[in-house]
Structures are given as C-alpha cells and as structure tokens.
Design a protein around this ligand. Sequence first.
Ligand code: NAP
Length: 257
Amino acid sequence: MFDLSDVRVLVTGGSRGIGLGIARVLASAGAAVAVSARGADALAAAADELRAAGAREVVTVAGDIGSRAAASAVVDEAVAALGGLDVLCANAGIFPEARLADMTEGDVDTIFDVNVKGTIFSVQAAVPALTASGRGRVVLTSSITGPVTGYPGWSHYGATKAAQLGFLRSAAIELATARITVNAVLPGNVLTEGLAGLGEDYLAQMARSIPLGALGTPEDIGHAVAFLASREAAYVTGQSIVVDGGQTLPESPEALA
Ligand code: NAP
C-alpha cells in the first residue's frame, strides 16, 4: 500500500459510488480527505463511514461543481479546511441516458457543465494550492465509454469523457513546471449503488462480458488512483489507466467463449 499519511486530498463526488471508493482507499493509506457533493445527507453519511473506518481527518464540502464560481467555492472551502491541498480527484460526474433522436440542447449543456466544465474549473481552482504543495497531483475519473467504447444512449456522455482526456494532455504540460501531474483513470462497469438496483440477472449478464468475470468495485478504481496520487508516481503525467477487468479486450463475443 502506498503511504499517503502526509497528503491532503479533495475527492469531488465523494459522497457515494466511485468517489467514496476513492476516498476509502486514500484515507486507509493515511490521507486527510475532503469529500464534496451537492447532497449534504449523503456527504454526512460518507464522512461517518470514513471516520468509523479510522480515517485520520475527514472534511465535507457541500456544493455543486457545475459552474466556475461554484466549483471554485468547493475547492476553496476544502483547501481552507485541510490547510492546503496535495491531490485533487476530479471525480464528480453524471450519466443520464439520451438517444440522439430525443436529445435536447439542455441535455447536452447539463452534461458538459458537470463533466467537462466542472472538471476544468475544479482543476483551475486547485492549481494555486497544488503548486504550493510542491507534489501536486490531479486524477480525473473519465470512463471507457467515449475514449475507448460506445453505448447507445450515451453519446453525449462519451463525448464528455473523451473531452476530459483532451483536457488532461495539455493541462499536464502546462502544470508540469509547477511539479503538478495530471492523469486519469478509465473505469469499466463498476458496481455502485445505482448499478446494484438493476437486478441480479442484469448484473450477471454484464459480468459475463468481462474477461475477469466480475464487475469492478469502487475500491478497484481507488487503488489505481492511490498509485497516481503517490510519491512513487511522480514521473507519470498526461496518462490514463483503464481499470475494467479486461472488458475492452475481446474483439468479438467469440473471444470470450
Ligand atoms: P454516482 O454514484 O452517481 O456518484 C456521483 C457523485 O458525484 C455523487 O457524490 C454526486 O453527489 C456527485 N455529483 C453529481 N453531480 C454533481 C454536481 N453537479 N456537483 C457536485 N457533485 C456532483 O456516480 P459514479 O458511478 O460513482 O460515477 C463517478 C464518476 O465515475 C463519474 O465521473 C462517472 O462518469 C465515472 N464512471 C462511472 C462508471 C460506473 O460504472 N459507475 C464507469 C465509468 C466512469 P450529488 O448528486 O449529491 O451531488
């Protein structure tokens, strides 16, 4: 396990799902963790869980990241509460379904506001604190959907997740002079609270399409983030790690037979 005992982290979208998994893993590696989201009740429950598991320091920040002013306020509050920031996990994201035939301008605006502008403005707001840290790390949660694969109903979502990777490559170059690395994790199908509601048959069918035979857990993503947040990853920047149990490997269904 990487030692993050001198590290202060903000995980946006840390109240549930993948973000909470990231917070669990980083806190168990010793990090002081701020988790942010809009819903205060889920945030409080997440913080209680992290503290009960022995987290060194847990801070909650309630706020939207869907506009520049709001994202900046979330980051500023976390930096003030933690006394600085070493790692930003820009994880908050939404994935509403919309087929092209029905997609409205509002559908596209909303998903780009949260997934793309929210990522860019969170990173922008965190740069002064990450620069002061001297070992700044940004880890984005992208997806296999968009950068690698497609799925009907999620074309606008895939566009936002690919956009995050376009952003990270140039940002990594700009921020390298400040010793800040910028990387991404690309989860496959991860068993979150939302997915669990789809039922056992559906989940079993999904698992059959994955060479390693199971959906990922939020902690599987957290372990990849822990590496990218660690001192050991200091020379890795502008990169992305697919964490999908081999889901994107088969070139046809027969490859899994
Ligand atoms: P989730 O369970 O729905 O959690 C999303 C988190 O983001 C929650 O904490 C949510 O809290 C927060 N959030 C949503 N909109 C927000 C906003 N406008 N401002 C601030 N916080 C906001 O989703 P998840 O499955 O863990 O997904 C997390 C990330 O992983 C997303 O970027 C998603 O694209 C990516 N991902 C997920 C999967 C998967 O299989 N689950 C696969 C690939 C990639 P509030 O709603 O209370 O704000």
